[in-house]
Design a protein around this ligand. Structure first.
Ligand SMILES: *Cc1c(COP(=O)(O)O)cnc(C)c1O
Length: 408
């Protein structure tokens, strides 16, 4: 069969499959355009995007303010490298530092780079400030973590697929059960430089720790003079109804790791944000990135920070989140066996005897809802914060209908 005889959609998928590395297993939809919470495929069908590119599209597709910032900067200059200064970086780092209540920003591109950079900064701080013996630093992480895909990051993952055949791994990490502050404290020794955690474990299935966990981690890390690094790459920048999930928990970490929505879904922009006593350890030549802090990224990042500075998106995520969780709670016992989340972010465990998460996502796709499964029978819903109340209700109704269909 040639591509001409199959549907445009299947032809496009076959074409991609032939030459792209198979490191993903996408749902069978080929998206062509998007606006707000909706995307359109190459055959003109519309879908409500309830994944929002893993929260990189928190502000919706083609947000006019972000598109304007990007387009204006495209016409000026996009890349200088940091061998020279550019006029966009200063305003961006100033605004981001102010938003986070910190002194300094280390701009990078992808989330994994922010994590790697945070690890480097923590180790250098350990040797140069805390006085840890050379090459002895350790960092404590949590079981079930997801921090990205580099060798060092998968070195402390416990996901077999993420690690298999990628060794040898980077030493210097200890993993303890997530949500257990006593286990975390017991793992700290004189060479511990940092604790690295997701305030909510996103990829693990939107796991929200007990409410006293992050405050306890803050207290323990302060007492032992260990840095608290919060990976807010997915939980931060509005999704949970606050600028950072740490705000909801009432804690201030030493370093924030940011990414995803920081680039407004337009360009990859990530950052490590902290105070001078920690980020100030980096000296010229000790770390860098050709694209980090480029003027296009900085212009878009500034627009994102400007939108978050109003508090409008955080308030909207909180309001819509209450609505989402209230309507999802009605599905518990109707095919839903577990429900977690904060703000406009939900992890929904489907009764595994009914269907896999993948099957549920395929059935949602057929009804015009884009969602993604994780870990077998968990579905996550994280639509753009600009989604309307009616569209959000409609998406939950589609899930209810799918579950009713599966239950017969
Ligand atoms: C997505 C994610 C990362 C990695 O970001 P990339 O841009 O894919 O490298 C790191 N940490 C968390 C919590 C994430 O959700």
């Amino acid at each position: 069969m040639t591509n001409e005889t199959v549907s445009p959609q299947l032809g496009a998928i076959a074409r991609e499959d032939e030459h792209v590395a198979h490191n993903y297993h996408p749902l069978p939809v080929v998206v062509e355009s998007g606006e707000g919470a909706w995307v359109t495929d190459i055959e003109g069908r519309r879908y409500l995007d309830c994944l929002a590119a893993y929260s990189a599209v928190n502000f919706g597709h083609s947000h006019p303010e972000l598109v304007r910032a990007a387009t204006e900067q495209l016409g000026r200059i996009t890349l200088t490298s940091r061998a020279f200064h550019n006029d966009q970086l200063g305003p961006f780092v100033e605004a981001l530092a102010r938003l986070a209540g910190k002194d300094m920003v280390l701009p990078m591109n992808t989330g994994a780079e922010a994590v790697e950079s945070g690890i480097k900064v923590a180790r250098a701080w350990g040797y140069r400030v805390k006085g840890v013996a050379p090459d002895r630093a350790n960092i404590i992480v949590a079981d079930g973590n997801f921090h990205g895909r580099t060798i060092t990051i998968v070195s402390f993952s416990d996901d077999a697929d993420a690690r298999a055949d990628f060794g040898p791994f980077t030493p210097g990490f200890r993993s303890v059960p997530y949500g257990d502050a006593a286990a975390l404290e017991a793992a700290i020794d004189e060479n511990t430089v940092a604790v690295l955690l997701e305030p909510i474990q996103g990829e693990a299935g939107i796991l929200v720790p007990p409410s006293d966990y992050l405050p306890a981690v803050r207290e323990i890390t302060e007492r032992h003079r260990v840095l608290f690094i919060a990976d807010e790459i997915q939980s931060g920048l509005g999704r949970t109804g606050a600028t950072f999930q740490c705000d909801n928990a009432g804690v201030v970490p030493d370093l924030y790791l940011l990414g995803k929505a920081l680039g407004g879904g337009i360009v990859p922009v990530s950052a490590v944000v902290g105070n001078r006593d920690v980020l100030g350890v980096l000296q010229p030549g000790q770390h860098g990135s050709t694209f980090g802090g480029n003027p296009l990224a900085a212009a878009v990042g500034s627009a994102v920070v400007g939108m978050l500075a109003t508090g409008e998106y955080q308030a909207r995520a909180r309001m819509l989140g209450e609505r989402l969780h209230a309507s999802l709670r009605r599905l518990v016992g109707q095919g839903v066996v577990g429900l977690r989340g904060v703000g406009l972010w939900a992890g929904i465990d489907i009764d595994p005897t009914l269907a896999t998460g993948r099957t549920v996502c395929e059935m949602l796709l057929a009804r015009g809802v884009l969602a993604k499964d994780t870990h077998g029978a968990t579905i996550r819903l994280a639509p753009p914060i600009v989604v309307s109340e009616e569209d959000l209700d409609w998406a939950v109704q589609q899930l209810a209908d799918v579950l009713a269909e599966l239950r017969g």
